[in-house]
Design a protein around this ligand. Sequence first.
Ligand code: UD1
Length: 326
Amino acid sequence: MTWLITGGAGYIGAHVVRAMREADEEVVVYDDLSTGIAGRVPEGVPLVEGSTLDGELLSRTLTGHGITGVVHLAAKKQVGESVDRPLHYYRENVEGLRVLLSAVTEAQVPSFVFSSSAAVYGMPDVDLVTERTPCVPMSPYGETKLAGEWLVRATGRATGQSTACLRYFNVAGAAAPELADVGVFNLVPMVFEKLTDAAAPRIFGDDYPTPDGTCVRDYIHVVDLAEAHVAAARRLKASPGTDLTLNIGRGEGVSVREMIDRINALTGYDRHPVVTERRAGDPARVVASADRIATELGWKARHDIDDMISSAWEGWLRRHPEATAS
Ligand code: UD1
């Protein structure tokens, strides 16, 4: 079986490629290299440079490489940017997916794993978010992920293809320093950046209805997340007609203040955070129930918060050696 990993040169995609190879699956990477990095693709793995909007190249790739399953991660993923550029997000994330599914259907590829997000839930008013919690996305980004799930499921039902929609919670960490996230869009790298710049990490609001007043999230190590893709891919391969929608989280809430405390402790800094205004659109608490994926795939996260922070910090230091605390 050969898997096409779209977005396989990206931060999460490169981890999925690595995990699939470790599980002895054949992979081909398809990436437009807009944010992906060719150097992340391991030697011996074919890299096809192209857009998911290019149906012809996709069809040639699927048939040319004898692809029998797709893991689709190529997408735009910045919430703020999606608010400013909704048409761009719908084109890349929804139209790109439609074109890909059309090529996949024509080539009769039997398995499809879709990278979705906890952003589909919006502001869930529950302690633990289950896959039955209503989906009310709060941003065009979240809308494109929800619409993507609909497209994937509808196509699967119509064609008999096996599908899995994986809803990622807050992803952090790295399998190796060179695979670390290079974007500075999330809490962990944003705190690293402040430490490096001799500035105070920021807490966006401490008046939320949570134990310490700061927002609570469910952080998941990218290595665990990648292994969940392998488990899903194997399940689809083994059970034709499968239609899965699964949260990928640890089921443990960690507050922004707790994260900053651990980052200080693990990096050797002691930089007190400043509390600023709330960031618009941030839910107080988003924590997964990880029960369904445990039951369905036997998958459970193995790495904790310290593993995520330490491995992300090693990657950060590789690119910012000046950040070492004295
Ligand atoms: C992230 C993703 C979102 C995804 C969700 C779950 C982005 C921008 N958002 O959202 O698409 O659906 O995970 O997968 O990629 N914070 C601070 N100070 C900082 C930075 C962040 O207090 O300097 C706070 C935020 O207000 C938030 C928490 O830290 O409460 C986490 O923020 P972030 O890492 O941006 O992720 P989410 O907003 O949860």
